[in-house]
Design a protein. Structure first.
Length: 120
């Protein structure tokens, strides 16, 4: 990586981390999810500071350009985050479905109780 690419990558990483911290501070993002994003930002800073990591990944993947290694790393982190959030979303969808069913049953029971009280 050229020095300018490293500076831009480092600056972008710091912006991402600052945004995550600000979202947590304003309670727009929960802490449990911010850890993943902060880890991704830290990984971005690490690769920006130490160009050897990017070069090592490029050699590992047998590519001529280290930027390809950085791209693959970013893609991998994105896929891991997407899988994690899909799992969380699936759990929340199941929980929402269960709660909707419980509310429906409780409403039916309440309506039935009110009907019996009126008759009595």
């Amino acid at each position: 990586m050229t020095p300018m690419q490293r500076i831009i990558a480092g600056f972008a990483s710091l912006l991402v981390m600052a945004l995550i911290i600000d979202l947590v501070r304003r309670r727009k993002l929960r802490e449990e999810y911010s850890i993943l994003w902060l880890a991704a930002g830290f990984l971005m800073i690490l690769t920006a500071i130490h160009g050897r990591i990017v070069n090592w990944m490029a050699r590992l993947m047998h590519t001529e350009h280290p930027e390809y290694g950085l791209f693959v790393l970013a893609l991998f982190v994105g896929i891991v985050l997407a899988i994690h959030f899909t799992v969380v979303l699936s759990k929340l969808t199941a929980q929402n479905w269960r709660l909707t069913q419980e509310v429906g049953l409780l409403r039916t029971e309440l309506d039935e109780t009110r009907r019996r009280e009126k008759e009595a």
